[in-house]
Design a protein around this ligand. Structure first.
Ligand SMILES: Cc1ncc(COP(=O)(O)O)c(C=O)c1O
Length: 453
């Protein structure tokens, strides 16, 4: 059994952490001053409490972001491999989106009525993802919540099945983990008073017998899944897994919801389209409007009919689906420009080339330091993990997370003008990233590992 720190000189790594922390404080006086001011009126000192979970002693304040780069208030420029944890996967402020929202800015934002962009956006989503009917939400969390509601209503079944270690946003239903094989409500959830395990079934990814056994009870409305797990470190489906899993799901009368919010890195139609999967419903959030808050979800013809029936057959009143600003004119304009002009095949081809170069380079650096780590890539998304081979499921992925080690590497890179995603080791490239950005990242990563040997 390998440990995440095998091959490292841990006292040296800890000394490096202290040095980088001091360097960050010295480098960022303007961010420090603003963090002090923010602490007076922002709960936890930041606009969202999790902004304190980066590797930094205080939050870095951004002054502007464009393409693959952003600048902080101390005037440092960064190459951004985090890209808003996918919200800016096609670059910050892509010009087609910037122009579309500038145009919309003087033409109204929200009217609780469709704008002229609604029909073309839906048609493009249908073409791209292969599902005929679409609805909108303000975030992927909301989209997932709404899909679960629709599908419970449409099937008359009340349970959902998720994979251990999954994340689909702040959807309460999914926060059930397998702890020593026992479904257990996540204890970090605040203010959660419902017994989540009553209606959520959890199994390990890549475990077909467990999936079959859970579905055989006949009470599961849908399986909600990322086609590749990305939120506990990446976990790839094994050869043939999804073909068999889809057969089992269908056989037991359940529906498959694929959440492509992160795996949209795989291609213009997401991982499912690239790999011939046939989900009953599909969700994409974060980058679908170029970073403007919005999300989409689509259904097959058959599911759409059942969903419509469920709504028409229900008493009048609130459905529990939808929020006032969902599908607003501003977001529609952003989505249309982004889908038509930014998320193009050509943009993806460029990103794939760079991500391949990045993944190969990371493997070379890791091998050069003889560390037992691996690298996984899903299109434009690349990740290094602290184990000799990629994890097969959420349980294994959880076991190789090492927050302290991640933070040392992240802070080292940040102090050298390179941002990667916090919480694990994910790097995204966007169409504006270039070869020299990748080369810079690889050099700094190499030096960082050198310091910890
Ligand atoms: C796969 C997946 N689905 C949904 C979400 C939720 O997105 P949001 O926080 O924008 O609602 C996330 C967020 O990381 C995600 O990774």
């Amino acid at each position: 059994m390998h440990g995440t720190r095998d091959g490292l000189n841990w006292p040296r790594a800890q000394a490096l952490a202290a040095r980088e922390s001091a360097s960050y404080i010295a480098r960022n006086p303007a961010s420090a001053r603003l963090a002090g001011l923010a602490a007076q009126h922002l709960l936890f000192g930041v606009p969202m409490h999790w902004m304190n979970d980066w590797s930094t002693p205080f939050a870095l304040t951004v002054s502007e972001a464009s393409g693959a780069r952003f600048r902080d208030v101390d005037g440092h420029e960064y190459v951004d491999f985090c890209l808003g944890d996918t919200g800016a996967m096609f670059g910050h402020a892509p010009s087609a989106v910037a122009q579309a929202i500038a145009r919309q800015a003087s033409r109204g934002y929200t009217a609780m009525l469709p704008s002229e962009d609604a029909a073309p956006v839906a048609a493009e989503l249908a073409r791209r993802f292969g599902l005929p009917y679409w609805q909108f939400a303000l975030s992927a969390s909301d989209a997932n919540r709404f899909v679960l509601r629709w599908l419970r209503a449409a099937t008359g079944r009340d349970k959902v099945l998720v994979f251990n270690g999954c994340y689909h946003g702040t959807v309460d239903d999914v926060f059930v983990d397998l702890v020593d094989g026992v479904p257990t409500q996540r204890d970090s959830l605040l203010g959660q008073v419902h017994a989540l395990t009553d209606h959520t079934v959890v199994v390990e990814f890549n475990d077909l017998p467990a999936l079959e056994a859970a579905l055989a009870r006949g009470d599961i409305a849908c399986v909600l899944a990322e086609p590749v797990m990305t939120n506990i470190g990446m976990v790839l489906p094994e050869q043939g897994y999804w073909e068999a899993a889809q057969r089992i799901i269908r056989h037991h009368g359940a529906l498959l919801v694929i959440d492509e919010t992160h795996t949209i890195s795989s291609g213009p139609g997401g991982y499912a389209r690239e790999h011939g999967m046939l989900p009953d419903a599909l969700v994409v959030g974060k980058p679908i409007g170029g970073g403007i808050p919005c999300a989409v979800y689509g259904f097959t013809e058959e599911v759409a009919r059942k969903v419509e029936q469920a709504k028409r057959g229900a008493p009048p009143g609130h459905s529990g689906v939808g929020t006032t600003l969902s599908a607003n004119m501003f977001a529609m304009a952003a989505m249309r420009a982004n889908l038509e002009q930014v998320m193009t095949e050509a943009a993806y081809q460029r990103m794939f080339g760079l991500a391949a170069r990045l993944a190969d380079g990371l493997r070379d650096v890791i091998a050069g330091h003889r560390l037992p780590w691996c690298v996984t890539r899903v299109g434009a998304r690349t990740e290094f993990q602290f184990a000799p081979s990629a994890p097969r499921n959420g349980g294994e992925a959880q076991a190789i997370l090492d927050g302290e080690l991640e933070q040392i590497i992240h802070l080292y890179l940040l102090n050298r003008g390179l941002l990667i995603t916090p919480f694990h080791n994910m790097l995204l490239v966007c169409p504006a990233t270039d070869e020299s950005d990748v080369a810079r990242l690889l050099t700094a990563f190499d030096e960082c590992l050198g310091e910890m040997r």
